[in-house]
Design a protein around this ligand. Structure first.
Ligand SMILES: NC(=O)C1=CN([C@@H]2O[C@H](COP(=O)(O)OP(=O)(O)OC[C@H]3O[C@@H](n4cnc5c(N)ncnc54)[C@H](OP(=O)(O)O)[C@@H]3O)[C@@H](O)[C@H]2O)C=CC1
Ligand SMILES: O=C(O)CCC(=O)C(=O)O
Ligand SMILES: [Mg+2]
Length: 411
Protein backbone atom coordinates (compact mmCIF):
# COMPACT_ATOMS: atom_id res chain seq x y z
CA UNK A 1 0.00 0.00 0.00
CA UNK A 2 1.22 3.53 -0.75
CA UNK A 3 2.32 5.93 2.01
CA UNK A 4 -0.33 7.78 4.02
CA UNK A 5 -1.68 10.89 2.27
CA UNK A 6 -4.26 13.61 2.89
CA UNK A 7 -7.74 13.51 1.40
CA UNK A 8 -8.08 16.32 -1.15
CA UNK A 9 -10.84 17.98 -3.18
CA UNK A 10 -10.52 18.23 -6.94
CA UNK A 11 -13.17 19.79 -9.20
CA UNK A 12 -15.77 19.46 -6.47
CA UNK A 13 -15.02 15.76 -5.84
CA UNK A 14 -13.25 14.22 -2.85
CA UNK A 15 -10.06 12.37 -3.75
CA UNK A 16 -9.50 9.68 -1.15
CA UNK A 17 -6.18 7.81 -1.19
CA UNK A 18 -5.96 4.18 0.00
CA UNK A 19 -4.18 5.31 3.18
CA UNK A 20 -5.82 8.63 4.12
CA UNK A 21 -4.59 10.56 7.16
CA UNK A 22 -7.63 11.19 9.33
CA UNK A 23 -7.37 13.61 12.26
CA UNK A 24 -9.36 12.77 15.37
CA UNK A 25 -10.13 14.44 18.69
CA UNK A 26 -10.67 11.99 21.49
CA UNK A 27 -12.99 14.33 23.42
CA UNK A 28 -13.65 15.13 27.08
CA UNK A 29 -15.58 13.16 29.72
CA UNK A 30 -16.64 9.84 28.23
CA UNK A 31 -14.90 10.77 24.95
CA UNK A 32 -11.73 8.68 25.47
CA UNK A 33 -13.72 5.52 26.36
CA UNK A 34 -15.98 5.95 23.35
CA UNK A 35 -13.15 6.80 21.00
CA UNK A 36 -11.16 3.67 21.96
CA UNK A 37 -14.18 1.43 21.36
CA UNK A 38 -14.99 3.12 18.06
CA UNK A 39 -11.49 3.08 16.63
CA UNK A 40 -11.39 -0.71 16.99
CA UNK A 41 -14.61 -0.90 14.97
CA UNK A 42 -13.36 1.45 12.23
CA UNK A 43 -10.07 -0.41 11.74
CA UNK A 44 -11.81 -3.79 11.71
CA UNK A 45 -14.38 -2.62 9.15
CA UNK A 46 -11.70 -1.27 6.81
CA UNK A 47 -9.55 -4.41 7.18
CA UNK A 48 -12.51 -6.70 6.53
CA UNK A 49 -13.81 -4.65 3.60
CA UNK A 50 -10.51 -4.13 1.78
CA UNK A 51 -8.20 -6.92 3.06
CA UNK A 52 -5.22 -4.63 3.65
CA UNK A 53 -5.59 -2.66 0.40
CA UNK A 54 -6.89 0.32 2.35
CA UNK A 55 -6.04 1.52 5.85
CA UNK A 56 -6.67 4.66 7.90
CA UNK A 57 -3.66 6.53 9.25
CA UNK A 58 -5.12 8.04 12.43
CA UNK A 59 -3.65 11.34 13.59
CA UNK A 60 -4.61 12.54 17.04
CA UNK A 61 -5.18 16.27 17.35
CA UNK A 62 -5.90 18.03 20.61
CA UNK A 63 -8.87 20.08 21.76
CA UNK A 64 -10.67 20.66 25.03
CA UNK A 65 -9.32 19.63 28.42
CA UNK A 66 -6.54 17.43 27.06
CA UNK A 67 -5.33 20.28 24.85
CA UNK A 68 -5.51 22.78 27.69
CA UNK A 69 -3.59 20.52 30.05
CA UNK A 70 -0.87 19.81 27.50
CA UNK A 71 -0.57 23.14 25.68
CA UNK A 72 -2.41 25.79 27.72
CA UNK A 73 -4.71 26.31 24.71
CA UNK A 74 -8.24 24.88 24.40
CA UNK A 75 -8.18 24.74 20.61
CA UNK A 76 -4.58 24.84 19.36
CA UNK A 77 -3.78 26.19 15.89
CA UNK A 78 -2.18 22.84 15.04
CA UNK A 79 -5.61 21.21 15.42
CA UNK A 80 -7.29 23.72 13.13
CA UNK A 81 -4.44 23.38 10.62
CA UNK A 82 -4.86 19.59 10.60
CA UNK A 83 -8.61 19.78 9.92
CA UNK A 84 -7.99 22.44 7.27
CA UNK A 85 -5.31 20.53 5.39
CA UNK A 86 -6.54 16.96 5.88
CA UNK A 87 -10.16 17.86 5.04
CA UNK A 88 -12.05 15.01 6.75
CA UNK A 89 -11.90 14.18 10.46
CA UNK A 90 -13.85 12.88 13.41
CA UNK A 91 -14.22 13.96 17.02
CA UNK A 92 -15.56 12.98 20.42
CA UNK A 93 -17.65 15.41 22.48
CA UNK A 94 -16.09 18.47 24.12
CA UNK A 95 -17.26 20.15 27.32
CA UNK A 96 -18.78 23.64 27.30
CA UNK A 97 -19.37 25.30 30.67
CA UNK A 98 -22.78 26.88 31.29
CA UNK A 99 -22.88 30.64 31.83
CA UNK A 100 -19.30 31.94 31.93
CA UNK A 101 -16.07 30.30 30.87
CA UNK A 102 -14.97 29.35 27.37
CA UNK A 103 -17.40 29.38 24.47
CA UNK A 104 -18.19 26.07 22.81
CA UNK A 105 -15.21 24.52 21.04
CA UNK A 106 -17.62 22.36 19.08
CA UNK A 107 -19.37 25.42 17.72
CA UNK A 108 -16.01 27.15 17.16
CA UNK A 109 -14.78 24.29 14.94
CA UNK A 110 -17.96 24.51 12.85
CA UNK A 111 -17.66 28.26 12.48
CA UNK A 112 -13.92 28.51 11.87
CA UNK A 113 -14.02 25.78 9.20
CA UNK A 114 -17.36 27.05 7.88
CA UNK A 115 -18.97 23.62 8.21
CA UNK A 116 -22.38 25.01 7.39
CA UNK A 117 -24.39 21.79 7.45
CA UNK A 118 -24.91 19.80 10.63
CA UNK A 119 -26.24 16.55 9.17
CA UNK A 120 -28.00 14.29 11.66
CA UNK A 121 -29.82 11.24 10.29
CA UNK A 122 -32.34 9.66 12.66
CA UNK A 123 -33.39 6.11 11.94
CA UNK A 124 -34.56 3.13 13.92
CA UNK A 125 -32.43 0.01 14.40
CA UNK A 126 -34.55 -3.08 14.96
CA UNK A 127 -34.57 -4.24 18.56
CA UNK A 128 -33.50 -0.94 20.13
CA UNK A 129 -35.75 -0.05 23.10
CA UNK A 130 -37.79 3.08 22.44
CA UNK A 131 -40.35 5.11 24.42
CA UNK A 132 -42.69 5.35 21.42
CA UNK A 133 -45.06 2.69 20.04
CA UNK A 134 -43.83 2.63 16.45
CA UNK A 135 -40.24 3.89 16.42
CA UNK A 136 -39.75 2.49 12.91
CA UNK A 137 -41.96 5.31 11.58
CA UNK A 138 -39.24 7.81 12.49
CA UNK A 139 -36.89 8.06 9.54
CA UNK A 140 -35.68 11.63 9.20
CA UNK A 141 -32.53 13.42 8.15
CA UNK A 142 -31.89 16.75 9.83
CA UNK A 143 -30.02 19.53 8.03
CA UNK A 144 -29.26 22.01 10.79
CA UNK A 145 -27.73 25.35 9.84
CA UNK A 146 -24.41 25.32 11.65
CA UNK A 147 -22.84 28.79 11.45
CA UNK A 148 -25.52 31.40 12.22
CA UNK A 149 -28.42 32.03 14.59
CA UNK A 150 -27.86 32.76 18.27
CA UNK A 151 -25.00 30.22 18.14
CA UNK A 152 -22.91 32.93 16.47
CA UNK A 153 -22.02 33.84 20.05
CA UNK A 154 -22.79 37.56 19.83
CA UNK A 155 -23.84 38.20 23.41
CA UNK A 156 -23.39 40.99 25.90
CA UNK A 157 -23.20 40.05 29.56
CA UNK A 158 -25.43 42.16 31.79
CA UNK A 159 -23.40 44.61 33.85
CA UNK A 160 -20.37 44.53 31.53
CA UNK A 161 -18.95 47.66 29.93
CA UNK A 162 -19.71 46.21 26.47
CA UNK A 163 -23.32 45.59 27.41
CA UNK A 164 -23.70 49.15 28.66
CA UNK A 165 -22.10 50.46 25.47
CA UNK A 166 -24.38 48.33 23.30
CA UNK A 167 -27.47 49.38 25.26
CA UNK A 168 -26.56 53.05 24.86
CA UNK A 169 -26.00 52.73 21.11
CA UNK A 170 -29.14 50.69 20.64
CA UNK A 171 -31.43 52.85 22.74
CA UNK A 172 -30.25 56.00 20.97
CA UNK A 173 -30.53 54.57 17.46
CA UNK A 174 -33.76 52.60 18.00
CA UNK A 175 -35.76 54.21 20.82
CA UNK A 176 -38.97 52.44 19.74
CA UNK A 177 -37.66 48.85 19.91
CA UNK A 178 -35.64 49.72 23.03
CA UNK A 179 -38.92 50.48 24.86
CA UNK A 180 -39.83 46.81 24.40
CA UNK A 181 -36.98 45.70 26.65
CA UNK A 182 -38.85 44.81 29.81
CA UNK A 183 -36.02 45.23 32.36
CA UNK A 184 -33.44 47.50 30.71
CA UNK A 185 -31.22 47.88 33.77
CA UNK A 186 -30.48 44.20 34.25
CA UNK A 187 -30.81 42.83 30.75
CA UNK A 188 -28.21 40.63 29.02
CA UNK A 189 -28.44 40.73 25.25
CA UNK A 190 -27.96 38.16 22.47
CA UNK A 191 -28.07 38.72 18.71
CA UNK A 192 -29.56 36.29 16.21
CA UNK A 193 -28.07 36.71 12.72
CA UNK A 194 -29.81 34.73 9.97
CA UNK A 195 -28.90 35.50 6.37
CA UNK A 196 -30.24 34.72 2.92
CA UNK A 197 -26.90 33.20 1.84
CA UNK A 198 -26.60 31.10 4.99
CA UNK A 199 -30.14 29.83 4.54
CA UNK A 200 -29.78 29.21 0.81
CA UNK A 201 -26.67 27.02 1.08
CA UNK A 202 -28.23 24.96 3.87
CA UNK A 203 -31.56 24.47 2.10
CA UNK A 204 -29.80 23.76 -1.20
CA UNK A 205 -27.82 20.96 0.48
CA UNK A 206 -31.01 19.50 2.00
CA UNK A 207 -32.81 19.57 -1.36
CA UNK A 208 -29.87 17.96 -3.14
CA UNK A 209 -29.78 15.28 -0.45
CA UNK A 210 -33.49 14.59 -1.03
CA UNK A 211 -32.82 14.15 -4.75
CA UNK A 212 -29.71 11.98 -4.31
CA UNK A 213 -31.34 9.75 -1.72
CA UNK A 214 -34.81 9.43 -3.22
CA UNK A 215 -36.59 11.12 -0.31
CA UNK A 216 -40.24 12.26 -0.36
CA UNK A 217 -40.14 15.73 1.15
CA UNK A 218 -38.09 18.56 2.59
CA UNK A 219 -39.66 20.42 5.53
CA UNK A 220 -38.46 23.87 6.58
CA UNK A 221 -38.86 24.04 10.36
CA UNK A 222 -38.95 27.54 11.86
CA UNK A 223 -40.55 29.85 14.38
CA UNK A 224 -41.27 32.49 11.74
CA UNK A 225 -44.59 33.57 13.22
CA UNK A 226 -42.73 35.14 16.14
CA UNK A 227 -39.23 35.87 14.76
CA UNK A 228 -40.37 37.20 11.42
CA UNK A 229 -37.16 38.42 9.86
CA UNK A 230 -34.85 35.63 11.06
CA UNK A 231 -36.88 32.42 11.30
CA UNK A 232 -39.52 33.81 8.92
CA UNK A 233 -36.74 34.88 6.55
CA UNK A 234 -35.38 31.32 6.70
CA UNK A 235 -38.75 29.99 5.55
CA UNK A 236 -39.18 32.50 2.72
CA UNK A 237 -35.61 32.15 1.45
CA UNK A 238 -35.93 28.38 1.67
CA UNK A 239 -39.00 28.36 -0.59
CA UNK A 240 -37.18 30.75 -2.92
CA UNK A 241 -34.33 28.23 -3.34
CA UNK A 242 -36.85 25.47 -4.04
CA UNK A 243 -38.54 27.53 -6.76
CA UNK A 244 -35.59 29.30 -8.37
CA UNK A 245 -33.00 26.52 -8.24
CA UNK A 246 -35.07 23.33 -8.32
CA UNK A 247 -38.07 24.51 -10.35
CA UNK A 248 -40.61 23.89 -7.59
CA UNK A 249 -44.18 25.07 -8.25
CA UNK A 250 -46.73 26.02 -5.61
CA UNK A 251 -49.36 23.52 -4.49
CA UNK A 252 -52.91 24.87 -4.07
CA UNK A 253 -51.77 28.48 -3.94
CA UNK A 254 -48.70 27.81 -1.81
CA UNK A 255 -46.59 28.23 0.12
CA UNK A 256 -46.02 24.45 -0.05
CA UNK A 257 -44.54 23.51 -3.38
CA UNK A 258 -43.36 20.48 -5.31
CA UNK A 259 -40.85 19.53 -7.98
CA UNK A 260 -39.88 16.40 -9.87
CA UNK A 261 -36.63 14.75 -8.85
CA UNK A 262 -34.28 14.96 -11.86
CA UNK A 263 -32.98 11.51 -10.87
CA UNK A 264 -36.16 9.50 -10.33
CA UNK A 265 -38.92 11.67 -11.79
CA UNK A 266 -40.81 11.34 -8.50
CA UNK A 267 -42.40 14.33 -6.79
CA UNK A 268 -40.54 15.88 -3.87
CA UNK A 269 -42.73 18.14 -1.70
CA UNK A 270 -41.23 21.21 -0.05
CA UNK A 271 -43.25 22.34 2.94
CA UNK A 272 -42.84 24.19 6.22
CA UNK A 273 -44.00 23.86 9.78
CA UNK A 274 -43.70 25.95 12.92
CA UNK A 275 -41.17 24.39 15.27
CA UNK A 276 -43.33 23.85 18.36
CA UNK A 277 -46.03 22.08 16.36
CA UNK A 278 -43.37 19.97 14.68
CA UNK A 279 -41.95 18.92 18.04
CA UNK A 280 -45.28 17.44 19.03
CA UNK A 281 -45.85 15.88 15.62
CA UNK A 282 -42.58 13.94 15.77
CA UNK A 283 -44.40 11.95 18.46
CA UNK A 284 -47.91 11.90 16.99
CA UNK A 285 -47.16 11.54 13.25
CA UNK A 286 -43.48 11.07 12.55
CA UNK A 287 -44.15 9.53 9.14
CA UNK A 288 -45.13 13.02 7.88
CA UNK A 289 -41.50 14.12 8.10
CA UNK A 290 -38.55 13.12 5.98
CA UNK A 291 -35.70 15.58 5.27
CA UNK A 292 -35.73 18.50 7.72
CA UNK A 293 -34.01 21.85 7.08
CA UNK A 294 -33.84 24.14 10.07
CA UNK A 295 -31.90 26.79 11.95
CA UNK A 296 -29.16 26.13 14.48
CA UNK A 297 -31.05 26.20 17.80
CA UNK A 298 -34.14 24.41 16.46
CA UNK A 299 -31.86 21.76 14.97
CA UNK A 300 -30.08 21.26 18.28
CA UNK A 301 -33.37 20.66 20.11
CA UNK A 302 -34.97 18.60 17.36
CA UNK A 303 -31.98 16.28 16.99
CA UNK A 304 -31.93 15.25 20.66
CA UNK A 305 -35.74 14.88 20.74
CA UNK A 306 -35.73 12.69 17.62
CA UNK A 307 -32.81 10.65 18.93
CA UNK A 308 -34.92 9.83 21.99
CA UNK A 309 -37.73 8.51 19.78
CA UNK A 310 -35.48 5.89 18.19
CA UNK A 311 -33.72 4.73 21.34
CA UNK A 312 -31.75 7.61 22.68
CA UNK A 313 -28.69 9.69 22.27
CA UNK A 314 -26.42 6.63 22.50
CA UNK A 315 -26.89 5.90 18.79
CA UNK A 316 -27.32 9.38 17.34
CA UNK A 317 -24.58 10.22 14.83
CA UNK A 318 -23.78 13.38 12.95
CA UNK A 319 -21.50 15.20 10.57
CA UNK A 320 -20.53 18.86 10.17
CA UNK A 321 -19.93 19.43 6.49
CA UNK A 322 -19.01 22.10 3.96
CA UNK A 323 -20.08 20.51 0.65
CA UNK A 324 -18.23 23.17 -1.35
CA UNK A 325 -14.75 22.82 0.16
CA UNK A 326 -15.17 19.17 1.20
CA UNK A 327 -14.23 19.89 4.83
CA UNK A 328 -16.08 17.68 7.27
CA UNK A 329 -15.88 16.70 10.94
CA UNK A 330 -18.07 13.82 12.06
CA UNK A 331 -19.27 13.65 15.66
CA UNK A 332 -21.96 12.23 17.90
CA UNK A 333 -25.09 14.24 18.69
CA UNK A 334 -24.59 13.72 22.44
CA UNK A 335 -22.22 15.44 24.83
CA UNK A 336 -19.51 14.35 27.25
CA UNK A 337 -21.87 12.67 29.79
CA UNK A 338 -19.28 13.53 32.48
CA UNK A 339 -20.84 11.47 35.28
CA UNK A 340 -19.85 8.33 33.36
CA UNK A 341 -16.29 9.42 32.46
CA UNK A 342 -13.61 6.69 32.61
CA UNK A 343 -16.09 3.96 33.57
CA UNK A 344 -15.99 2.18 30.18
CA UNK A 345 -19.76 2.26 30.41
CA UNK A 346 -21.60 4.42 27.89
CA UNK A 347 -22.80 3.50 24.42
CA UNK A 348 -20.17 4.17 21.74
CA UNK A 349 -22.87 3.73 19.06
CA UNK A 350 -23.13 7.41 18.16
CA UNK A 351 -19.42 7.78 17.37
CA UNK A 352 -19.39 4.38 15.65
CA UNK A 353 -22.26 5.53 13.42
CA UNK A 354 -20.58 8.91 12.91
CA UNK A 355 -17.63 6.94 11.54
CA UNK A 356 -20.05 5.03 9.34
CA UNK A 357 -21.24 8.38 7.95
CA UNK A 358 -17.61 9.42 7.45
CA UNK A 359 -16.82 6.28 5.46
CA UNK A 360 -19.89 6.82 3.28
CA UNK A 361 -18.83 10.45 2.74
CA UNK A 362 -15.38 9.16 1.66
CA UNK A 363 -16.97 6.66 -0.72
CA UNK A 364 -15.86 3.68 1.41
CA UNK A 365 -19.34 2.19 1.35
CA UNK A 366 -18.23 -1.41 1.93
CA UNK A 367 -16.68 -0.45 5.28
CA UNK A 368 -19.77 1.62 6.14
CA UNK A 369 -22.09 -1.30 5.31
CA UNK A 370 -20.05 -3.61 7.55
CA UNK A 371 -20.44 -1.20 10.48
CA UNK A 372 -24.23 -1.21 10.03
CA UNK A 373 -24.22 -5.01 9.79
CA UNK A 374 -22.08 -5.32 12.93
CA UNK A 375 -24.22 -2.87 14.91
CA UNK A 376 -27.44 -4.61 13.88
CA UNK A 377 -25.91 -7.95 14.87
CA UNK A 378 -24.75 -6.74 18.28
CA UNK A 379 -28.20 -5.29 19.03
CA UNK A 380 -30.03 -8.39 17.74
CA UNK A 381 -27.82 -10.54 20.00
CA UNK A 382 -28.83 -8.23 22.87
CA UNK A 383 -25.25 -7.52 23.85
CA UNK A 384 -25.78 -3.87 24.74
CA UNK A 385 -24.58 -1.06 27.00
CA UNK A 386 -26.45 0.16 30.09
CA UNK A 387 -28.73 2.59 28.23
CA UNK A 388 -30.33 -0.18 26.17
CA UNK A 389 -29.95 -2.94 28.75
CA UNK A 390 -32.05 -1.09 31.34
CA UNK A 391 -34.99 -1.08 28.89
CA UNK A 392 -34.56 -4.44 27.13
CA UNK A 393 -35.82 -7.80 28.38
CA UNK A 394 -33.20 -10.53 28.52
CA UNK A 395 -30.32 -8.34 27.38
CA UNK A 396 -26.69 -8.90 28.38
CA UNK A 397 -25.07 -5.78 29.83
CA UNK A 398 -21.69 -5.08 28.23
CA UNK A 399 -19.14 -2.33 28.68
CA UNK A 400 -18.44 0.37 26.13
CA UNK A 401 -15.33 -1.45 24.87
CA UNK A 402 -17.15 -4.81 24.82
CA UNK A 403 -19.90 -3.32 22.69
CA UNK A 404 -17.25 -2.26 20.17
CA UNK A 405 -15.94 -5.84 20.08
CA UNK A 406 -19.49 -7.17 19.69
CA UNK A 407 -19.99 -4.93 16.64
CA UNK A 408 -16.75 -6.28 15.14
CA UNK A 409 -17.82 -9.87 15.84
CA UNK A 410 -21.08 -9.40 13.94
CA UNK A 411 -19.57 -7.71 10.85
N1 LIG B 1 -20.90 18.10 20.10
C1 LIG B 1 -20.49 18.08 21.35
O1 LIG B 1 -19.31 17.90 21.64
C2 LIG B 1 -21.50 18.28 22.43
C3 LIG B 1 -21.05 18.64 23.67
N2 LIG B 1 -21.94 18.81 24.69
C4 LIG B 1 -21.40 19.17 26.01
O2 LIG B 1 -21.38 18.00 26.84
C5 LIG B 1 -21.49 18.38 28.21
C6 LIG B 1 -22.53 17.52 28.91
O3 LIG B 1 -23.82 17.84 28.37
P1 LIG B 1 -25.18 17.22 28.86
O4 LIG B 1 -26.21 18.24 28.70
O5 LIG B 1 -25.01 16.53 30.14
O6 LIG B 1 -25.56 16.16 27.72
P2 LIG B 1 -24.95 14.73 27.37
O7 LIG B 1 -25.43 14.40 26.01
O8 LIG B 1 -23.50 14.69 27.59
O9 LIG B 1 -25.61 13.74 28.44
C7 LIG B 1 -26.98 13.74 28.78
C8 LIG B 1 -27.45 12.33 29.05
O10 LIG B 1 -27.55 11.64 27.82
C9 LIG B 1 -27.22 10.28 27.97
N3 LIG B 1 -26.03 9.98 27.17
C10 LIG B 1 -25.10 10.84 26.67
N4 LIG B 1 -24.18 10.19 25.98
C11 LIG B 1 -24.51 8.88 26.03
C12 LIG B 1 -23.93 7.70 25.49
N5 LIG B 1 -22.82 7.73 24.76
N6 LIG B 1 -24.53 6.52 25.77
C13 LIG B 1 -25.66 6.47 26.48
N7 LIG B 1 -26.25 7.55 27.00
C14 LIG B 1 -25.67 8.75 26.79
C15 LIG B 1 -26.99 10.07 29.47
O11 LIG B 1 -28.27 9.75 30.01
P3 LIG B 1 -28.61 8.97 31.38
O12 LIG B 1 -28.30 9.94 32.48
O13 LIG B 1 -30.06 8.68 31.24
O14 LIG B 1 -27.78 7.73 31.45
C16 LIG B 1 -26.52 11.45 29.89
O15 LIG B 1 -26.68 11.69 31.26
C17 LIG B 1 -21.81 19.88 28.21
O16 LIG B 1 -20.63 20.57 28.52
C18 LIG B 1 -22.25 20.16 26.79
O17 LIG B 1 -21.98 21.49 26.43
C19 LIG B 1 -23.29 18.55 24.53
C20 LIG B 1 -23.77 18.17 23.30
C21 LIG B 1 -22.92 18.05 22.14
O1 LIG C 1 -21.10 22.68 21.94
C1 LIG C 1 -21.73 22.20 22.88
O2 LIG C 1 -21.24 22.07 24.00
C2 LIG C 1 -23.13 21.72 22.67
C3 LIG C 1 -23.51 21.62 21.24
C4 LIG C 1 -24.70 20.77 21.02
O3 LIG C 1 -25.49 20.49 21.90
C5 LIG C 1 -24.92 20.23 19.69
O4 LIG C 1 -24.24 20.60 18.75
O5 LIG C 1 -25.83 19.40 19.54
MG1 LIG D 1 -27.12 19.31 21.17
Amino acid sequence: MSAAQPITMNNGRLQVPDAPIIPFIEGDGTGPDIWRASQVVFDAAVEKAYGGKRKIEWKEVLAGEKAFNQTGNWLPDATLDAFRSLLVGIKGPLTTPVGGGIRSLNVALRQILDLYVCLRPVQYFTGVPSPVKQPELTDMVIFRENTEDIYAGIEFEHGSADCDKFKKLFSEAFPGPWKKVRFPETVGIGIKPVSQEGTARLVRAAMQYAIDNDRRSVTLVHKGNIMKFTEGGFRDWGYEVAKKEFGAVELDGGPWCTFKSPKTGKEIVVKDVIADAMLQQILTRPADYDVIATLNLNGDYISDALAACVGGIGIAPGGNINYMTGHAIFEATHGTAPKYADQDKVNPGSVILSGEMMFRYMGWTEAADLIIKGLNGAIAAKTVTYDFERLMDGAKLVKCSEFGHAVVKHM
